[in-house]
Design a protein around this ligand. Structure first.
Ligand SMILES: Cc1cc2nc3c(=O)[nH]c(=O)nc-3n(C[C@H](O)[C@H](O)[C@H](O)COP(=O)(O)OP(=O)(O)OC[C@H]3O[C@@H](n4cnc5c(N)ncnc54)[C@H](O)[C@@H]3O)c2cc1C
Length: 380
């Protein structure tokens, strides 16, 4: 299928794969065990220019496209789902600031791209997850400042961020018409970081609750126009869902490769278990679903770069890829038998890591809601 890809996209795959296999793979089990942010690896990805791969040259990026970012993600996540997850953060932050930020906010972009500044995003709250409009955090205007009060839950890089993009309401009314987004630097007084969440997988994300207690930010820290951030967040989900899909795709590939290798090595009843048709069929389904997922993702990426609306296509990609990755991580573990249920084999880690992909960037139930709505619009 390589004829689909440009020379530049192939080079990105080669660069990302080389770094992932030589540097991420040997560290992956340790990152999982220690549950600490691997700053050196993060900087290594930045040094290769991978954080700005889909960003225009004028914005400081490489001027490639969304497919290239998806390809890089697939290769990184194939060697560590958690590092893949970390990779998404700067790619998406730079994109958001480039599209919606003012000059002083865009000044963060070079530091995001070289890995010296770490961003985080706060949308979710303990009582407002899928229902984003149910958020309670407020940012009330006081002269030339907004005063932010509230708590954000599950913040990836919550412990280590240098600035956070915080979504908050400028009035106390219900609904989404009053949501704005603010760039909040980590050294502003009133920011309290909670304890690290103890996660099933994806260790190293430094995920925690972040509370804002009368945090004052100047008006020029607002990203985009006042009260338009709901639409901005929904628009950014299109891009981030393709990144998450590619992350799950990389993990599915790793599970498939491990399952194939194990099936060839492991002997029972005097033969390699690969020779049992039950095992071959599981591997055949993995091969087919991985290929189908990649087509869905890269199709949506091309439409996105062509400026087409992709709410349905991004949801197709996210839903199909993350469900198939979870199913095949489970089947790959099954092929390993009892050994798969132990930490000796990386399939155990993939099984834990990949579950998250069905939950965030909009749960897979929410993806079905989006698809049904879009289909209804198209067909009515
Ligand atoms: C490790 C991790 C990292 C995260 N990082 C971030 C981050 O950096 N920033 C951030 O803002 N958030 C982050 N999140 C939050 C994540 O986006 C939310 O967990 C996710 O959106 C789901 O919200 P919830 O957990 O409140 O689940 P809920 O919304 O409470 O959903 C619970 C269940 O109900 C279902 N459900 C809800 N509404 C509907 C509906 N209308 N129709 C059908 N089913 C429905 C859901 O699909 C789900 O199965 C992270 C979460 C985790 C676990």
């Amino acid at each position: 299928m390589d004829f689909f890809y440009t020379q530049e996209q192939k080079m990105v795959r080669e660069t990302a794969r080389k770094f992932a296999e030589s540097t991420i793979l040997p560290a992956a089990a340790g990152i999982d065990r220690d549950d600490r942010f691997p700053r050196e690896i993060y900087r290594g990805l930045a040094a290769l220019g991978l954080f700005g791969v889909s960003l225009s040259e004028q914005a400081g990026g490489s001027g490639l496209d969304t497919t290239a970012a998806c390809i890089a993600m697939e290769e990184i996540a194939r060697c560590s789902g958690a590092v893949g997850n970390m990779y998404a953060i700067p790619v998406e932050a730079a994109q958001l600031l480039h599209e919606h930020g003012n000059d002083s906010q865009r000044a963060w972009i070079p530091r995001i791209l070289d890995g010296s500044a770490i961003s985080a995003t706060g949308v979710t709250e303990s009582d407002a997850g899928s229902d984003v409009a149910g958020m309670r955090t407020t940012a009330l205007l006081d002269g030339d400042h907004y005063v932010i009060n509230g708590s954000k839950a599950w913040v990836t890089f919550g412990q280590v961020f240098d600035f956070m993009m915080v979504f908050a309401k400028t009035t106390r009314e219900p609904g989404h018409h009053n949501i704005s987004c603010f760039l909040v630097e980590a050294d502003r007084p009133g920011i309290v970081r909670g304890r690290n969440e103890e996660l099933l997988g994806m260790h190293g994300l430094e995920d925690c609750q972040v509370t804002f207690d009368n945090v004052r930010v100047p008006v020029h820290n607002r990203i985009g126009p006042e009260n338009r951030a709901f639409k901005m967040a929904m628009g950014n989900f299109n891009f981030s869902r393709l990144m998450m899909s590619s992350m799950a795709l990389g993990m599915a590939r790793a599970a498939f490769e491990d399952a194939h290798r194990y099936a060839k090595d492991r002997r029972q009843f005097g033969q390699a278990i690969f020779d049992f048709q039950a095992i071959q069929f599981m591997l055949a389904d993995m091969s087919m679903d991985i290929a189908a997922a990649r087509l869905l993702i890269h199709h949506a990426a091309r439409l996105f770069d062509a400026g087409q609306p992709i709410a349905k296509e991004a949801a197709h990609a996210k839903l199909f890829t993350t469900d198939m990755a979870m199913k095949h991580a489970s089947n790959a573990l099954q092929i390993h038998g009892g050994a798969g249920y132990s930490r000796h084999h990386r399939v155990e880690r993939i099984f834990r890591d990949v579950k998250l992909a069905q939950i965030y960037e909009g749960t897979n139930q929410i993806q079905r809601v989006i698809i049904a709505r879009q289909v209804d619009k198209e067909m009515s």
